[in-house]
Design a protein around this ligand. Structure first.
Ligand SMILES: Nc1ncnc2c1ncn2[C@@H]1O[C@H](COP(=O)(O)OP(=O)(O)O)[C@@H](O)[C@H]1O
Ligand SMILES: [Mg+2]
Length: 264
């Protein structure tokens, strides 16, 4: 196994799109994050792995405005940011797809893609009477799905509750990628999916990256992580144990670092 520096690559000179420096988050006497740093670079998929309780969710929540860290700094495109709520992170271009609650089942695909960002009709109809431009939204929704290669989902008028788990996840990801986002964060996107659907979501993750949107992927699934990740941030007991790559380390190595059986 080759040596990985804690920062992943000691020679890295690019500015991270998203960076956390020494984040601390405590819950009473429980330490959720104990000085965690993370870097997400342009054009990459960064996986975050770790055992239960390692601090993955707390880390992601700090990055996406759901928690305010007690200490530490967060930078977006090199500029310090101070998110007080998830809307702040979202407005800054960080879109998060949570494991549950990703979509509204009763609404159709197009409405889900535009949820909270409905497009109004032009002129007085839209500005005064708040009439939504359903035709326009459906057209844009179709374009968005096509550009992400989501070919199984061309009927955007279908209520999301009639879709399979993988298709729902695809809608949630397409939505996250739709609005000029700088970063997409996916929390266990394949956890509830079968093999074929998982593969579709993984393809989608790669496509996001290839379209220039870096992705943070939290996952328990080592084969999935090793398939899509460019780098892998390993959390252990509230700290970053290492950042490795699928080239530098095997799955067995990653598990050993995760469980503390081995140092990076
Ligand atoms: N809201 C909370 N209140 C109290 N303790 C919490 C809270 N959120 C997380 N923790 C604790 O912080 C630690 C890290 O949790 P978490 O970030 O959820 O880990 P992971 O997502 O890696 O399983 C755990 O010990 C957990 O019990
Ligand atoms: Mg968690």
């Amino acid at each position: 196994m080759t040596i990985a520096t804690p920062a992943g690559a000691a020679t890295e000179t690019r500015t991270p799109v998203l960076q956390a420096r020494r984040l601390v988050k405590t819950f009473g006497r429980v330490v959720g994050l104990d000085g965690v740093s993370l870097e997400l670079y342009p054009g990459e998929v960064l996986a975050v792995i770790g055992d239960n309780g390692a601090g993955k969710s707390t880390l992601i929540k700090c990055l996406t405005g759901a928690y305010v860290p007690d200490e530490g700094e967060i930078f977006l495109d090199g500029q310090p940011v101070h998110f007080k709520r998830p809307q702040d992170a979202r407005a800054a271009g960080i879109e998060t797809v949570y494991q549950n609650l990703a979509v509204s089942p009763a609404l159709d695909v197009a409405s889900n893609l535009f949820l909270g960002r409905e497009v109004r009709m032009k002129g007085i109809l839209g500005s005064v009477f708040r009439v939504v431009d359903q035709k326009g939204m459906r057209k844009q929704a179709r374009e968005q799905l096509t550009s992400l290669g989501i070919s199984t989902l061309q009927d955007v008028t279908v209520p999301v509750e009639n879709l399979s788990g993988g298709q729902r996840q695809a809608v949630a990801v397409a939505r996250a990628a739709a609005f000029g986002s700088k970063v997409v964060v996916l929390d266990e996107p394949t956890a509830a999916l079968g093999v074929r659907e998982s593969n579709q979501v993984l393809e989608l993750v790669k496509r996001l990256r290839d379209q220039g949107i870096p992705v943070i992927l939290i996952s328990h699934n080592m084969p999935h992580v090793f398939e899509v990740a460019d780098r892998i941030h390993i959390q252990r007991l509230g700290k970053r144990a290492a950042t490795i790559t699928p080239e530098s380390h095997s799955m067995t190595d990653a598990v050993a670092i995760m469980t503390g059986a081995s140092q990076a």
